[in-house]
Design a protein around this ligand. Structure first.
Ligand SMILES: C[S@@+](CC[C@H](N)C(=O)[O-])C[C@H]1O[C@@H](n2cnc3c(N)ncnc32)[C@H](O)[C@@H]1O
Length: 378
């Protein structure tokens, strides 16, 4: 007999318990557990789908099983029920397979309960109390985006961000979403221009900006505040043999003289509300007050970036979020403090105008959601 191999569903239940209980990051937990479980590549893919999908749809799954639960649930039983509900409601697994395979993955003690609840759920589709529950987002994210984008556009964005992202690979092998590739292109940097990327780790945009630059004097300068992030950036730069000079620096206090650069990118830390499909647990981690805090930092970063712009130079500010405060709110600040800056040419493609900047909705081209602002110093 071959040694017993844990099934995808059993690994998924263990991972879900660790993500939910210990606050572990979904991608990190899963990577370690998949290596240990020695699953086939097909089973690895399926387990990833189960864990990421169930994590995303946690709120909806809880609401769906809730009418059939009487007492408190221990964490593995709750994880198994969420997993079963996810397969039934969102993965469209045939009911018989979803129920029996999930029951097989739990211990004898709880298999009766899991079987009973999932069978009842399979027999009757859930009635959702509201749209935020059906789409499985915290109320504050749902409300924020409905206010900032309008309910129709927000719901379409939230629906798209429940789908796993496609993998897009650049010519040099770096995996990067198209939206980020378009942001790097938005700098329209030529080889001779002095380019600074203020918040650069892990280096996706900096290495894209350095493509075609060969001499050390034409290196893209890429900074990041945190040592561990700067290290990650350096590793990517080395792996891609990219002409990028890495430094650890605070973007709000840059070690450069006024007017030192022709192109400055501030790809600022943000709430990530446009890229929620990328990290399945992100929606449960972000705190509502993070937006205000991040917007304060973003305003400081752009102020400092403006200081190092040479005459005629261009500032590109980008965030992978859709909140007003972190997008047009930052531009409102720039317009009042630096009225001399003027908008550069419009963005082409699926971007829509948002004040003087440009918004890329996740539903427009199946990319991450982004906001970009391009301003020139005359
Ligand atoms: C959105 S990520 C940048 C992604 C990167 N541009 C890319 O395309 O791969 C934001 C980065 O800003 C960095 N950061 C946060 N605060 C900063 C600060 N005050 N100065 C410089 N970098 C900062 C974070 O460590 C993080 O790596």
């Amino acid at each position: 007999m071959s040694p017993s191999r844990p099934t995808s569903r059993r690994v998924a239940i263990d991972a879900l318990v660790r993500i939910d209980q210990g606050g572990a990051y979904a991608n990190l937990v899963l990577a370690g557990m998949l290596d240990q479980a020695r699953l086939s590549s097909e089973d690895r893919r399926f387990t990833t789908e189960l864990v990421y999908g169930t994590t995303r749809m946690r709120r909806a799954c809880d609401a769906a099983i809730e009418p059939y639960i009487l007492g408190a649930l221990d964490p593995p039983t709750r994880a198994a029920l969420r997993l079963g509900a996810y397969q039934l409601l969102f993965l469209r697994t045939p009911p018989h397979a979803a129920v029996s395979a999930t029951v097989d993955a739990v211990g004898r003690k709880t298999s009766g309960l899991v079987n009973a609840v999932l069978r009842r759920l399979a027999a009757r589709p859930p009635t959702w109390p509201d749209v935020a529950t059906r789409l499985s987002y915290p109320d504050w994210i749902f409300d924020r985006l409905c206010l900032d984008l309008g309910p129709e556009v927000a719901v379409a964005a939230l629906e798209v961000m429940n789908q796993p992202p496609p993998v897009t690979e650049r010519g040099d092998g770096y995996i990067q979403d198209l939206a980020s590739q378009w942001v790097a292109a938005a700098l329209e940097a030529t080889d001779r221009e002095r380019v600074l990327d203020v918040c650069a780790a892990p280096g996706g945009k900096a290495t894209a900006l350095a493509a075609g630059r060969a001499t050390s004097s034409s290196a893209v300068v890429a900074a990041d505040l945190r040592g561990s992030r700067a290290l990650l950036l350096r590793r990517n730069v080395e792996r891609l043999r990219s002409n990028v000079a890495v430094l650890r620096a605070d973007g709000a206090q840059l070690p450069f003289r006024d007017g030192s650069f022709d192109r400055v990118l501030v790809d600022a830390p943000c709430s990530g509300l446009g890229a929620l499909r990328r990290r399945p647990d992100a929606r449960w981690r972000i705190e509502p007050d993070a937006i205000e805090r991040l917007a304060t930092l973003q305003r400081r970063l752009v102020d400092e970036a403006v200081r190092v712009l040479a005459p005629g130079a261009m500032l590109v500010y980008s965030v992978c979020t859709l909140s007003v405060l972190e997008s047009t709110g930052v531009d409102d600040h720039l317009a009042s403090v630096h009225p001399e800056l003027v908008p550069a040419a419009p963005m082409e493609g699926p971007w829509i105008a948002s004040g003087r900047g440009w918004l890329l909705l996740p539903q427009a081209a199946g990319t991450d959601g982004m906001y970009v602002l391009r301003l020139r110093r005359p």
